[in-house]
Design a protein around this ligand. Structure first.
Ligand code: GDP
Length: 527
């Protein structure tokens, strides 16, 4: 590939993830995107992660592994672009992976259930996106049902998520009376026809709201709709690409993923507006996506992807340059050069050996225990990408052994699992307990299962009185020592050896913050 061709390939990449609350329609939307990308020919093939058994049953997840492998990263061509859609575990299996995957994308698609509005998981994910000002496109879903008033929904997005909302299209009716959407910028009516949920929806357009065809489609509601559009134009934000790219404004689309309408209209603008691979901050310098030298970072490690081998795949986001089969990479943290000939890619949902990948793409590296979340790989330069955080867990359990003789294996297992990002481990300063933390219940089940399966350790969980964790920083070493002594009973070291305050209650945390103004209590820690 020449340098121009490589730069062109990078400029055409769109790497994003979907953020939503469970049941808002992420799986359905993913399926319709794959349909538009010609990855699948009929909808109804991509399996949702639902069903009575999938809730928190690691064993059955294991059996369904084939599906989760292919759905971790989906690459497909669309128009002039190559789209990389990164799956985020969305449901009951919500985990830190979801948060960290958002550090590997350049934009996000927020799917909102039109009947429910902005829900709490969406708020959390949006807060993670805000750490990097990730541009967000919004899709208000389920227009084939009776949803809430569209203006009210825009207000809610603006208020609850603190982002300006600019409608790009506007719904014509809803539920049984849903007729389509009107694009406020191109003055085009996109006509909805029920019954195309499983295949591509016909692209029927009417140019001009003032046209006879538009009048005929809207019938008696025509005048009221025109008035509504006047009102919307006057009262809402106008789309502003700079504000969008800065994460301050989200363009809003309306449609129905299930009935497969409005998705194409959204995707067309998405590929046109969403940013190509962005420059990334690293220690020593900023890395431009257009640089020829290879670099990237690991944002996720998935274990046991192939049950026949104990393999662990490290997902690496290429930030610059390109991966070529057989190339040498520097594993910066351990300072070693490794030749990589068997990286896997996820083109069209299939796992295959990758020949070449450019900035914005995700490649999977076989990990034999030497790769951790946050690790940087380069073409030889010593630098480390920043901004791949640990997030304060929200759930805590004390972990106990059935057989006390196995303490060494337990420590080893937990150490490894925490390096992989499966859980976070805290060792209190004043006891020999071990506390594990997670953002989703399933993480605990995974840890118990893997401890037994891989480290032959049977572990039990007990409730523990911890409300949240905060990483403790202080410039003043003496002050820190004083704090260490006074607060020892609530202090722990995390898996990386960092001092952590485990607050028993929210009130306790605020009191400590007040009492110790010199101490910083941070909700995230970077790798
Ligand atoms: P996820 O939990 O966000 O992945 O949501 P799913 O895609 O699994 O959808 C949750 C439920 O909402 C499923 O029963 C879908 O069939 C349904 N659903 C998704 N999109 C739509 C839509 O546009 N209209 C209607 N009526 N239902 C939808």
């Amino acid at each position: 590939m020449t340098e121009t061709a490589a730069n062109d390939a990078v400029a055409r990449r769109r790497t994003f993830a979907i953020i939503s609350h469970p049941d808002a329609g992420k799986t359905t939307m993913t399926e319709k995107l794959l349909l538009l990308g010609s990855v699948i020919q009929t909808a109804g093939m991509v399996k949702g992660k639902k069903g009575p058994h999938a809730t928190s049953d690691w064993m059955s997840m294991e059996q369904e592994r084939g599906i989760s492998v292919t759905s971790s990263v989906m690459q497909f061509p669309y128009r002039d672009c190559v789209v990389n859609l990164l799956d985020t575990p969305g449901h009951e299996d919500f985990s830190e992976d979801t948060y960290r995957t958002l550090t590997a994308v350049d934009s996000a698609l927020m799917v909102i259930d039109g009947a429910k509005g902005v829900e709490d998981r969406t708020i959390k994910l949006m807060n993670v996106c805000r750490l990097r000002d990730t541009p967000i496109i919004s899709f208000v879903n389920k227009l084939d049902r009776d949803i809430r008033d569209a203006i009210e929904l825009l207000d809610e997005i603006e208020e609850v998520l603190a982002i300006a909302a600019a409608p790009v299209n506007w719904p014509i009716g809803m539920g049984a009376h849903f007729r389509g959407v009107y694009n406020l910028y191109t003055d085009t009516v996109h006509v909805f026809e029920p019954g195309h949920g499983r295949e591509l929806h016909p692209d029927t357009r009417i140019e001009g709201l003032a046209s006879d065809r538009a009048r005929a489609l809207l019938g008696e509601e025509y005048d009221a709709f025109c008035e509504e559009i006047e009102l919307v134009r006057g009262a809402s934000h106008e789309f502003d690409k700079d504000a969008f790219l800065a994460g301050r404004l989200t363009p809003v689309f309306f449609g129905t993923a299930l009935a497969n309408f409005g998705v194409r209209e959204m995707l067309d603008d998405f590929v046109a507006w969403a940013p190509p691979p962005l420059d990334r901050e690293a220690t020593v310098r900023t890395v431009a996506a257009s640089e020829p030298a290879f670099s990237g970072f690991v944002f996720k490690i998935q274990a046991n992807m192939d049950p026949r081998h104990r393999d662990r795949i490290a997902f690496l986001r290429v930030c610059a340059g390109r991966y070529e089969k057989g190339m040498k990479m520097r594993h910066v943290r351990i300072g070693k050069d490794v030749r990589i000939a068997d990286a896997v890619t996820f083109k069209a949902g299939e796992r295959a050996l990758v020949e070449e990948a450019v900035a914005g793409d995700i490649i999977g590296l076989h990990n034999h225990g030497t790769i951790q979340i946050g690790d940087t790989f380069t073409g030889g330069e010593t630098l480390q990408f920043t901004g791949i955080p640990h997030f304060a867990p929200e759930l805590f359990r004390r972990i106990r052994l059935r057989d006390p003789m196995k303490a060494k294996q337990l420590h080893k297992g937990l150490q490894q699992l925490s390096e992989e990002g499966s859980t976070q481990v805290f060792a209190p300063l004043t006891s020999t307990d071990l506390i594990v933390g997670a953002v989703g219940q399933l993480q605990f089940d995974v840890v118990a299962y893997r401890l037994k399966d891989e480290y032959k350790v049977e572990a039990l969980y007990e409730p523990v009185n911890v409300y949240t964790a905060r990483w403790v920083y202080c410039e003043d070493a003496r002050k820190l020592e004083e704090f260490r002594k006074k607060a020892a009973e609530h202090l722990s070291e995390d898996g990386g050896g960092y001092l952590t305050y485990l607050a028993p209650t929210r009130v306790n945390l605020s009191l400590m913050e007040e009492r110790w103004p010199e101490i910083q209590f941070r909700a995230t820690r970077e790798h």
